[in-house]
Ligand binder design. Sequence first.
Ligand code: ATP
Length: 259
Amino acid sequence: MSLLDVSHLAYHYPKQAVLFQDINCQLQAGQVLTILGPNGIGKSTLLKCLMGLLKPTSGTISMNNVPLAKQSVKQLAQLVAYVPQHVPDPGSLTVNDYVVTGRTPYMSFAQAPGAEEYARVEDALAQLGLTQLANRQVNTLSGGQFQLVTIAKALVQEPQLVILDEPTAALDFGRQRQVLALIQDLAQHHFAVIHTTHNPNHAFQLGHMVGLFSPDGSFETGTPDELLTEERLQQTYQTPLKLIYEPTLGRMICELPSF
Ligand SMILES: Nc1ncnc2c1ncn2[C@@H]1O[C@H](COP(=O)(O)OP(=O)(O)OP(=O)(O)O)[C@@H](O)[C@H]1O
């Protein structure tokens, strides 16, 4: 039984052309799916469908063999944590109070978070090197700091699947590596992870599954070596990029040519 089973999934926004159709993929606990594709092709939209935020035009999404449409909001929140690309207005909560909202799916309606919930927050902030930000208001953080705080909130949610939309987009080189290492660590601890990125090197680095959107909107899954050939990546990004085997890293790297 797969943790996630996506079958013949299609979506179009109201009064818009079909964005994608016939997406099929399965994900097990401990696997990472790195989604790549051109700007505007439908990566974030696919993640929103997987989160139950958008209702697919057709096809099914099941988790642990139960269709998403049959899960309650609370059940879904215990299964999947979503780190969006943008949080429009994070409000003026402190980092501690913002991250603890990740425990909501485990609390009753009127229950206030207590010592146990805040202990999980402390652990997640420590794991991400954010302890010193615990009492800062989230709306005073930099883009990258806030991106890491939203990941901490997803961790305290203790889901089976973590979905991250471009989690490294606002991060410096060191913190990009930190987030990729965290994704690898989550997989080693039997979480399933789906994330989007515009950097094919992230897929080579992680070495798990890739989901590749082609410019025509078709979607394929496979290993980085199967899917991420120089020709496919050039087609995807419409640029004469190069794939080079880097022996010291033991893997391919993707380089943009000079101007
Ligand atoms: N609410 C909406 N209503 C109508 N069209 C939308 C809506 N949200 C997104 N779109 C359109 O759907 C297409 C796919 O958008 P999406 O954000 O899923 O792409 P993406 O692959 O994640 O892009 P990027 O890499 O630039 O973040 C785009 O053309 C976008 O303009």
